[in-house]
Design a protein around this ligand. Sequence first.
Ligand SMILES: NC(=O)c1ccc[n+]([C@@H]2O[C@H](COP(=O)([O-])OP(=O)(O)OC[C@H]3O[C@@H](n4cnc5c(N)ncnc54)[C@H](OP(=O)(O)O)[C@@H]3O)[C@@H](O)[C@H]2O)c1
Length: 323
Amino acid sequence: MKFKQICVLGGTGFIGHHVVERLAEQGYSIKLLSRARERHRDLLVVPGVDIVEANIHDQAQLAREINGCDAVINLVGIIKERGFNGTGYRSVHVDLANKLIRACQAKGISRLLQVSVMGADASRGSSYYLRSKGEAEDLIAVAAKHNMLTTVFRPSLVFGAGDHFISRFAEMVKKAPGILAIPCAASRMSPVYVGDVAQAIVEALPDKSTYGKTYDLCGPHTYTLGEIFRYFSELTGHRRWFWDLGVGGSHVLAFLAELWPGKPFTVDNYRTLLTDCSGSTDDLKSFGIKPHPLESVAPLLLGFDHRQSHYNHLRRRGRVRVG
Ligand SMILES: NC(=O)c1ccc[n+]([C@@H]2O[C@H](COP(=O)([O-])OP(=O)(O)OC[C@H]3O[C@@H](n4cnc5c(N)ncnc54)[C@H](OP(=O)(O)O)[C@@H]3O)[C@@H](O)[C@H]2O)c1
């Protein structure tokens, strides 16, 4: 089967940008559905890309927009909801997946790739976020039993150009007044490079051996959140004292931060962090991908020379003064 025209939902986001660029490199025509076309005009310079403004939560509109496409990639996801009771996550993750499956079936599109997250589990997930992502995975599994050609990806924390992670963590370390309180410092994750995630998705698209399968996408090293902050402290040269808030303190911080404008951290984020998000690189390697470690990308993204920062890291460990 040959896929030419690919519809991407959530293709304007962080991972979406990288997926779209790789699809374009492979010569696919790409239709992006977005709530705000003008905000993402930068993507229009990518060859073969068309952005269509659409309300993808409207079943009829969604079906109309995906009509004529050969495959759909769903990258839509949120990490914060407006309310507090999980209905926002359900609407964006579960209801949308349901509508998308129905739209694909109505328009005779069988190939569907879904991006979920490590730790997603409909019944045992520790947060609304993880449970809703798990429910969406379950819907995809049912669709696979009804002749849909599905593939699901479960990345750990994703890093790379444009991420929600490296620059934010580095900025937090920089701004901290000598001491930085870290919620859920013991949470474990295996950060994975966005280029590796995008490559796996684009390689899987035409690959029949991926039909009906689920892939965990993890980087080569597992860290605790506390270790990641310590690494950014060493990398940027901003020596800080880190205060592990523990489970109780993290819960209280999340409760208070949720009331802050913009909700910088929520109780649901805290509950998500209670789930181990680490794993092995086996699935990425099955695509022939050699996963990039965080240390090979973060210094470049923060404007540091990679080798120099590595030597500085070693010198600091040996307590030698760095010039
Ligand atoms: N980033 C990570 O570390 C990470 C880790 C594991 C899994 N994931 C999963 O990977 C996927 C992509 O993540 P990302 O970091 O690239 O996300 P992102 O940058 O926040 O982008 C998500 C996209 O989804 C669309 N979207 C957001 N809310 C929506 C809503 N209410 N209705 C319709 N569309 C909406 C947005 O498109 P428009 O604004 O154009 O409409 C946006 O471009 C998500 O499913 C996420 O759960 C991410």
